[in-house]
Design a protein around this ligand. Structure first.
Ligand SMILES: [Zn+2]
Length: 410
C-alpha cells in the first residue's frame, strides 16, 4: 500500500496517533457536554490536566473549539468554558456493505456536506487495500480545509472494540485488525463499529431515539441486524458480540446460514432466503433477485406477497420475543428490506403483538424508510460528538487506536 501524507491536523508516528485519539475523545466530550471546563474534561476522560491544556490549546488554535463563556465561581478565577465550532472540521462516515461503500463527509453537527458511493467487493483478496484506496480518495489532498477529524466505519459484523478486531462472515473478514491497518495507511484516526450500532447511535443522537432511553433497532435486508440501546447507551456485550439476532435459531434443521449454522433467523427471512424460496417456486429465474420479487408482489402476485408475509410472520414472532427479553419502549425496523414492508407488515404486526408478554404490549413499533446515507452518518458519529457515551463518573480512559474506544464511547 502506498504511504500517504496525513491530512489536516494529524501527525504520523505512534505517539502522534495516541495524541490524535485523545484529541478526538476531548472533541467528542466538548461536543457532547460543552460548554465545558478543562478541569471537567480531564476528570471525565482520565487525562492529566497538562495533557488537556495542551490538546485544547491546539484545538483553540485550529479554530475547531472556541471559548464559549466563563463560568462563575465561588472563589478564584472563573473557569473558561469551551465549545465546538460547528463548521470548523469534518469527519468521514462510511457504511461498508459486501458489494458497495456509501460514504458521507459531515461537519461537527453531522450535517452532510458530501456523499460518495462506490462498488466494492468485500470478498476480493485485496479488499482492504481497495477500501483504503477509496478512503484515501474521499479524504482528499493533505492539508484540506476544514480539517478532517477522522473516519468512522460501520460494517456488518462483530467488532471487538477493546482489541480493534473485526469478524464479519458476510464480508469474508475474520479477526481482521481493520482500524489499525487503515489508520496506519491513512494517517488519520479510524474508528470501527458494527453498522447497526452506528445506525442506533445515529437514531439516538439525531433521530427517533433522541428522547428514548431504551430502544432496539432491527434491520432487515441482506441480513438481520440488531442494535440495542439500553439506559441511553449502546449495549455491546462481551467483545462486541451483542446484537447477533440474525443468528438466533428460528427453525431446527433449517436452511444453512452464511455463518455455518442451520436454521438461523437470517437464513429464514433475509433477502437471500426469500429469493431462494421464490426460485424454488419458479417465481424468479436464477438471474433474478429480490428487486424482481418485490416488483411481483407490488404488481399483485399473491405467491410473491406470501413469501414476504411468511417472513413477516417469522420475524414478528422473533422480535416480539426479543422485546420480552429487553423491555424496550420503542422498536424501530430499518434496513433495505423495509422497501417490502407493505407485504411484510400485516403478518409481522400480528405475530409481534401476539408474542408480547401482556404488560409489555404498549411498546411502540416504527418503521424507518430505507436510507443508506443515515447509516453512513451514524458511522461518522463515531468520530464526532457522541453524547450518549461520555461517562459522567470519571471512569473513562483514553481511546485506543483502531477501535471504538469503549471506555469513552460506551
Ligand atoms: Zn447464522
Amino acid at each position: 500500500m502506498s504511504a500517504r501524507r496525513p491530512s489536516a491536523i494529524y501527525r504520523t508516528g505512534s505517539a502522534g496517533l495516541t495524541r490524535d485519539l485523545n484529541r478526538v475523545a476531548v472533541l467528542r466530550l466538548i461536543g457532547a457536554a460543552g460548554p465545558i471546563a478543562r478541569t471537567h474534561i480531564a476528570k471525565q476522560l482520565g487525562l492529566s490536566p497538562a495533557t488537556v491544556t495542551s490538546l485544547t490549546r491546539e484545538l483553540l488554535d485550529s479554530g475547531i473549539v472556541r471559548v464559549a463563556d466563563h463560568a462563575p465561581s465561588s472563589g478564584g478565577r472563573p473557569a473558561v468554558l469551551l465549545e465546538l465550532v460547528g463548521s470548523a472540521a469534518t469527519a468521514l462516515g462510511v457504511k461498508v456493505a459486501p458489494d458497495h461503500l456509501v460514504g458521507v463527509r459531515v461537519d461537527l453537527d453531522a450535517q452532510v456536506l458530501e456523499r460518495f458511493e462506490l462498488r466494492f467487493d468485500a470478498t476480493a483478496a485485496d479488499s482492504v487495500d481497495r477500501l483504503g484506496d477509496a478512503l484515501a480518495d474521499w479524504i482528499g489532498p493533505a492539508g484540506s480545509q476544514p480539517p478532517l477529524l477522522g473516519i468512522g466505519l460501520g460494517l456488518p459484523g462483530v467488532v471487538d472494540a477493546r482489541h480493534g478486531r473485526v469478524s464479519a462472515p458476510m464480508l469474508g473478514w475474520h479477526e481482521l485488525a481493520l482500524g489499525d491497518l487503515l489508520q496506519e495507511r491513512l494517517g488519520v484516526p479510524v474508528l470501527v463499529d458494527n453498522d447497526v450500532n452506528t445506525l442506533a447511535v445515529s437514531e439516538r443522537l439525531y433521530g427517533r431515539g433522541r428522547d428514548v432511553e431504551h430502544f432496539i433497532t432491527v434491520t432487515i435486508g441482506r441480513g438481520v441486524g440488531l442494535g440495542i440501546v439500553a439506559g441511553g447507551d449502546i449495549y455491546r456485550g462481551f467483545r462486541g458480540g451483542a446484537g447477533e439476532f440474525g443468528h438466533t435459531t428460528g427453525a431446527d434443521d433449517g436452511p444453512l446460514c452464511s455463518c455455518g449454522k442451520r436454521g438461523c433467523l437470517e437464513a429464514l427471512v433475509a433477502d437471500p432466503a426469500l429469493v431462494a424460496r421464490a426460485r424454488r417456486a419458479r417465481l424468479l429465474t436464477s438471474s433474478q433477485g429480490i428487486e424482481k420479487l418485490l416488483a411481483l408482489a407490488d404488481g399483485g402476485s399473491a405467491k410473491a406477497h406470501a413469501i414476504f408475509a411468511e417472513a413477516g410472520s417469522t420475524l414478528g414472532r422473533a422480535v416480539g420475543d426479543l422485546a420480552n427479553v429487553l423491555g424496550p419502549e420503542l422498536v424501530l425496523v430499518s434496513g433495505e428490506g423495509t422497501q417490502a414492508w407493505q407485504h411484510i407488515a400485516p403478518e409481522f404486526e400480528r405475530t409481534f403483538r401476539a408474542a408480547l408478554f401482556s404488560p409489555l404490549r404498549t411498546v411502540s413499533l416504527e418503521v424507518d424508510p430505507w436510507d443508506d446515507v443515515k447509516w453512513a452518518v451514524g458511522a461518522a458519529t463515531l468520530v464526532l460528538r457522541v453524547n450518549l457515551t461520555a461517562p459522567l463518573d470519571g471512569s473513562a480512559t483514553p481511546a485506543r487506536p483502531g477501535s471504538v474506544p469503549v471506555e469513552v464511547v460506551a
